[in-house]
Design a protein around this ligand. Structure first.
Ligand SMILES: Nc1ncnc2c1ncn2[C@@H]1O[C@H](COP(=O)(O)OP(=O)(O)OP(=O)(O)O)[C@@H](O)[C@H]1O
Ligand SMILES: [Mg+2]
Length: 284
């Protein structure tokens, strides 16, 4: 029943997909990280990707912008196949994307204004500087930091740095924004500021949003749709209620923050190892 609901939602989205991956497999050496994954990201919606650390969330969203290429399968942006494009062709496609990657730091040697200008300068020759300054001002105002143009990242708090990174991600008025763990390392209040900003950017710019997070409070707040990855596959796909009530044990373990049987087995094993280390000496 739940499986068919997951399948139905996956197929239902295909008509209005901005981003689509079809039967993507990604391996690093013998390690299969994505195993024949298909996913359609719907226009104007916020899709949240959850799953345990190391399950392939970052690898998945890097495929959406072809920062990683699949071993098998296809990636589409607005019905155009993009996984086999050259880097210069991809660079043009990427002007439609904003992205905020995990640990995606600001450039420390550049001011806040220069950081936000950076993606614009990468793609366009700026001739009208007052217009460029106006863009920076608008983007900073959007994240509540107009006036911080001349600050350097070292003089900002962690939450402010994330907000500047967000302003930079939307510098080119993207149609799609990809966020990898935007609230990691922030306290609950600062995390909620980021959640509100993600929602605001989606409402005001009408962007299609994909967010990777461990944070279920954040996921429930911002998601139209939540996808859970496990062992290289999508094991759950639906709205918050669907995920909350999902019968798959790994989904329940993850959303309730419980340790799974596999992890327990590792912990039990490490217990035995430390005993083995101490016992012989104690008895010598
Ligand atoms: N460039 C790479 N080369 C080799 N292995 C990689 C590479 N990138 C990712 N991996 C492996 O792929 C797996 C998935 O990594 P990924 O970064 O997508 O995990 P994640 O779900 O984002 O985890 P986290 O929640 O900790 O960020 C990991 O086992 C990782 O070691
Ligand atoms: Mg990651």
């Amino acid at each position: 029943m739940a499986e068919s609901e997951d399948k139905k939602q996956e197929q239902g989205g295909q008509s209005d997909g901005v981003l689509e991956i079809k039967n993507v497999t990604k391996r690093f050496g013998p390690h299969v990280v994505l195993d024949d994954v298909s996913l359609t990201i719907e226009k104007g919606k916020t899709t949240v990707v959850i799953g345990p650390s190391g399950c392939g969330k970052t690898v998945l969203i890097k495929h959406l912008i072809v920062l990683l290429r699949p071993n098998a399968g296809e990636v589409y942006f607005k019905k155009q196949r993009i996984d086999h494009l050259s880097e210069s062709e991809l660079s043009k496609i990427r002007t439609h994307y904003g992205f905020l990657f995990q640990g995606g730091a600001l450039f420390d040697s550049l001011s806040v204004a220069e950081n936000i200008m950076f993606p614009i300068r990468q793609h366009y020759k700026i001739t009208n500087w007052s217009e460029a300054e106006e863009v920076v001002k608008t983007k900073l105002a959007m994240v509540g930091l107009d006036g911080f143009q001349n600050y350097y990242p070292a003089n900002l708090s962690g939450g402010q740095r994330k907000r500047v990174a967000l302003a930079r991600a939307v510098a080119l008025n993207p149609e799609v924004i990809l966020y990898d763990e935007p609230t990691t390392g922030l306290d609950p209040i600062r995390s909620d500021v980021i959640n509100e900003l993600v929602l605001k950017l989606q409402r005001e710019l009408g962007v299609t949003t994909v967010v990777v997070t461990h944070d279920m409070t954040s996921a429930y707040k911002i998601a139209d749709r939540i996808i859970m990855l496990h062992n290289g596959k999508i094991v759950a796909d639906g709205d918050a209620e669907h995920i909350r009530d999902h019968p798959h044990p790994v989904v329940q373990q993850f959303i309730n923050g419980q340790v799974g049987e596999d992890d327990l087995a590792v912990l039990r094993m490490s217990g035995t190892i430390s005993q083995a280390q101490f016992l012989p000496r104690d008895f010598e």
